[in-house]
Design a protein around this ligand. Structure first.
Ligand code: F6P
Length: 511
């Protein structure tokens, strides 16, 4: 049943109307067990949810909403490999990429699982070969969106596990400044280009790949087979470009869910086969938690339901993410695609327009930097923006005082957002009662990163399932691609016929 037609939705609306006076400080006073009751451990991740605008009654109603909208059935359909991406008639099985050899797999999926491991073994063997090849000093990943953000985010996050003596570059934008800047520092004979594209048709990636090939040949490079590899579901298109080494994946892996597939090759080269397997193991542990933990103690479920509560009942339209670890500086960008490309939809699974809001706006920067930039608005602005902290207990460096200061700042910000400041008036007054979630990892390792990312994937699944949308297509990106082709031709020809006056004037200026 569509979420807004359930009894739980009505009950949540009533509950929300009585919630206007909810105050976090009072809630803690009234319930001595609030911090523990609203905390949740999951594999590699501890979450303190207690500084959120929620209580046990809200959680109980949200669980009813989950039950009345068939969340577990939808989840189980995904894990059975059913084509829940209905508009593209595809299964959604990124989780199968992390399912270990020897684990129980449904009979229908045995073949796919075998292919996953055959490809994984080949890709990891290749990664090890590149790692031991000292003549390759630079690895350039050319890809965009899901074929860029995951590997880039993970290689940065796992910097302390990255092999010495190799540099990793990520070129995504069609803006030639990006590729030109990277190429300037490279030597053809020392460079490996990875052309990462699920479809192998994406304008940016194809343009960058062709320019990289031309550069390689102009530099006297001739062994394309050794210096170029493709990561794609479209093996034929890669071959047509002259690339012979290709690691494939399957249409049931969505682009923004693909860092576990061949798209993860830069990660595997960076951290090695064993590290990549640990990344998969951490994610698999979170898959199991999502599948088997009771909903009331299921972290992706609790987070996803909280997202629905905030979006649809309390009217919070955005969520800010603050990783208190500089290695996680690309995490907000990664999560933006994950959340907003998955759940930025205005129709339900049958194509009917929805009368309620879906994806929040996601944004953020690493702490403490954000504190000195936009946290002002979080503390004293007119909009309430729930903030999600991601902190790591153990640093990978020996500057202990830095790490203590970093963690102190994260905790203090969560505290300040909640407590506010009342003994000062006017500009110095902080209302407090601002919500936040605190996610904590013991260490930032391949396994804990895998678990953290799988957690985020599943929480996006949960809110998308409640909203009744297809979180696995992205038709909204198509129109711009078509129009860009048309405008590109017009930039060359000067033909402005039929264009609106604004577009025509911009075209004239840019010619
Ligand atoms: O245009 C959006 C999109 O299709 C994303 O969903 C995807 O991650 C990205 O482009 C890159 O696509 P591809 O891997 O096919 O080049």
């Amino acid at each position: 049943m569509r979420c807004d037609q359930t009894a739980a939705w009505k009950a949540l609306q009533n509950h929300a109307s009585g919630f206007a006076g909810f105050d976090l400080r009072e809630a803690f006073k009234a319930d001595a067990s609030r911090a523990t009751g609203l905390s949740q451990s999951a594999p590699h991740v501890f979450a303190d949810l207690s500084k959120n605008h929620t209580d046990s009654a809200t959680e109980a109603l949200l669980l009813e909403l989950a039950q009345q909208t068939g969340l577990t059935q939808h989840r189980d359909a995904m894990f059975r490999g059913e084509p829940i991406n209905t508009t593209e008639d595809r299964a959604v099985m990124h989780w199968l990429l992390r399912q270990p050899v020897g684990s129980a797999v449904r009979a229908e999926l045995v073949e796919a699982h075998q292919q996953v491991h055959t490809t994984l073994d080949a890709m990891l063997a290749y990664a090890e070969q590149v790692r031991s090849d000292s003549t390759i000093t630079d690895v350039v990943n050319i890809g965009i969106g899901g074929s860029d953000l995951g590997p880039q985010m993970a290689v940065l996050a796992l910097q302390d596990f990255v092999i010495a003596g190799k540099r990793f570059h990520f070129v995504s934008n069609v803006d030639g400044h990006e590729l030109a800047t990277v190429l300037k520092g490279l030597k053809a004979q020392n460079t490996l280009f990875l052309i990462a594209s699920k479809t192998f048709t994406t304008l940016e990636t194809m343009t960058n790949a062709r320019s990289a090939l031309a550069w390689f040949q102009a530099q006297g490079g001739h062994d394309v087979a050794r210096h170029f590899a493709a990561l794609s579901t479209n093996v034929e298109a890669a071959a047509a470009l002259g690339i012979r080494t290709t690691f494939g994946f399957w249409d049931w892996v969505g682009g923004r869910y693909s860092m576990w597939s061949a798209i993860g090759l830069p990660i595997a080269i960076a951290i090695g086969a064993q590290g990549f397997r640990q990344l998969l193991t951490g994610a698999h542990a979170m898959d199991q938690h999502f599948q088997s933990a009771p909903l009331a103690q299921n972290l992706p479920v609790r987070l996803g339901l909280l997202d629905v509560w905030y979006r649809n009942f309390l009217g919070y339209t955005s969520r800010s993410i603050a990783p208190y670890h500089s290695g996680l500086r690309r995490l907000p960008a990664y999560l933006q695609q994950l959340e907003m490309e998955s759940n930025g939809k205005r129709v339900d699974r049958t194509g009917q327009a929805l009368p309620y809001g879906t994806s929040p706006v996601l944004w953020g920067e690493p702490g403490t930097n954000g504190q000195h930039a936009y946290f002002q608005m979080l503390h004293q602005g007119t909009d309430v923006v729930p903030l999600e902290f991601v902190a790591v207990k153990k640093p990978a460096h020996a500057l202990a005082d830095h790490h203590e200061l970093l963690l102190a700042n994260a905790i203090a910000q969560a505290q300040a957002l909640m407590q506010g400041q009342h003994d000062a008036g006017g500009h110095r007054h902080f209302t407090g009662n601002r919500p936040s979630t605190f996610l904590l990892l013991d260490e930032l390792t391949p396994a804990s990163l895998g678990a953290l990312i799988a957690l985020q994937e599943h929480r996006v699944f949960v809110s998308g399932a409640i909203w009744g949308i297809n979180s696995f297509d992205q038709w909204g990106v198509e129109l711009g691609k078509v129009l860009a082709k048309d405008i590109h031709a017009r930039l060359q020809s000067g033909d402005a016929s039929g264009l609106d006056p604004s577009t025509a004037a911009l075209l004239a200026r840019l010619r």
